[in-house]
Design a protein around this ligand. Structure first.
Ligand code: UGA
Length: 433
């Protein structure tokens, strides 16, 4: 099938590459000429395992191409996917400027029947507004349908999540559009859930908020574990073994970050308020999440007494492993707080150093060449992101490199017993053991 993706960011590019991989003819549109130029040569502007190879392969096979022209995109695809950013406004609600703009652009070039798919994360009832906007600006009589098809991919596992999704959600009210959508997804072996548009839109915010809730639940339990001398890892295992609860997303730590959960929880609260029924449970989810890094920093401060002039190593700056994304990274905000208190921070991340160099933080900390280099002469080491390579560091070499062998493990990556055997003082999150 001929498909068009409008917006070649994280979701758009990965979706386009995966659709091409299963045999569709895909055109990806982006308004940034530099991005289009680099994608034409197969260069992906961010790190995502497996994506660049997939893009290169499908560009070479002539199933995937890039353009800056929305007109070309609208002419090409029978189905047009909108995957533009939906950033937060100051009050937490969603800024739909890009959605509205793309809807108007599509309308301008629409000559014959198209399905317009809303794939960006949007508030419930956005599909209705997209349809109204297209109707308003399109030539009279031109036919189209609007469908909601939320995306559930995780950064760092995006290709796998798209190729083998847990489920595909398609929300629409036209049989013609739904049939085309089902055809697109035929090559993907996954259960398809067909709903109305509003339900599909709500599912996305509800799913992300529920996952955030699980994280805050285990983080609140972590606090109780610390106070009572219990081990949150064992508690997570014990409750997670119940299939109705599940072990996933019960990893206590510094709290959730990234460009989705903080934004989507805030948006869902704003949506609930607009609907007249404030979702107060989610406000507590936010409060617990914010408290997690505050509590962690308190424990570092308590151990070092004052942070000013203290040499502190930080491992991990990306918001989670296997990505170079530092947007809303808890690790970065922790480093900023350490710097604000006058600590001398040496930081290392396996993939995110280039992204950090583009920020003002780069001039305020030492950017180390390796995990061990960051730890040289440090009075404390903070593990802020659980990259696998940090778990493989030679503990004897680490102890010898540090001024004081003190580890604050914000992601419970290391085994406390093994680490203490090497002479370290160790503090994890929720590990009252
Ligand atoms: C999240 C969802 O998992 C995806 O399903 C969704 O499609 C995506 O948002 C989106 O809306 O686009 P992502 O933000 O890439 O994906 O990352 P996650 O793996 O969900 O992690 C989010 C944050 O939660 C990270 O900061 C991570 O460290 C934290 N986390 C995750 C925990 O603190 N504990 C856990 O047990 C799991």
């Amino acid at each position: 099938m001929k498909l068009t993706i409008i917006g070649s960011g994280y979701v758009g590019l990965t979706t386009g590459a995966c659709f091409a991989e299963v045999g569709h003819q895909v055109v990806c549109v982006d308004s940034d000429p530099d991005r289009v130029q680099s994608l034409v040569t197969g260069t992906v502007p961010f790190f995502e395992p497996g994506l660049e190879a997939l893009v290169k392969k499908n560009v070479a096979a002539k199933r995937l191409r890039f353009t800056g022209s929305t007109e070309e995109g609208v002419n090409h695809g029978e189905v047009l996917f909108i995957t533009v950013p939906t950033p937060p406004l100051a009050d937490g609600s969603v800024d739909l400027t890009f959605m509205e703009k793309v809807a108007r652009e599509i309308a301008q070039y629409l000559d014959s029947y198209r399905v317009i798919v809303d794939k960006s994360t949007v508030p419930v009832k956005t599909g209705e507004r997209v349809a109204q906007t297209i109707r308003k600006y399109a030539k009279p009589g031109v036919e189209f349908d609007v469908v909601s098809n939320p995306e559930f991919l995780r950064e760092g596992a995006a290709v796998m999540d798209l190729m083998k999704p847990d489920r595909i959600v398609i929300g629409g009210n036209s049989d013609r559009a739904l049939a085309l959508m089902q055809k697109i997804y035929e090559p993907f072996v996954a259960p398809v859930l067909v709903t109305d548009i509003n339900s599909a839109e709500l599912i996305k915010h509800a799913a992300n908020s529920f996952l955030a809730l699980k994280i805050s639940y285990i983080n609140a339990l972590a606090e109780l574990c610390e106070l009572s001398g219990a081990d949150v890892l064992k508690v997570a295992e014990g409750i997670g073994a119940d299939k109705r609860i599940g072990r996933g997303f019960l990893n206590a730590g510094l709290g959730y970050g990234g460009s989705c959960f903080p934004k989507d929880v805030a948006a869902f609260i704003a949506i609930s308020e607009q609907l007249g029924q404030p979702f107060n449970l989610l406000k507590e989810v936010q409060a617990i999440n914010n408290r997690q890094s505050v509590r962690f920093l308190d424990s570092v401060r308590e151990a070092l007494w004052v942070l000013k002039d203290k040499k502190i190593a930080v491992w991990g700056l990306s918001f989670k492993p296997n990505t170079d994304d530092i947007r809303s990274s808890v690790a970065v905000s922790l480093v900023e707080k350490l710097v604000a208190e006058g600590a001398e921070v040496s930081a290392y991340d396996p993939k995110a150093m280039a992204k950090v160099r583009e920020t003002s933080l780069a001039s305020q900390i030492r950017l180390a060449d390796s995990a061990l280099d960051a730890a040289a002469d440090a009075e404390a080491l903070i593990i802020a992101t659980e990259w696998a390579e940090f778990g493989l560091v030679d503990l004897a070499a680490l102890r010898d490199a540090m001024q004081t062998p003190l580890i604050f493990d914000g992601r419970n990556l290391l085994d406390p017993v093994a680490v203490r055997d090497f002479g370290f003082q160790y503090r994890g999150v929720g590990r009252g053991i």
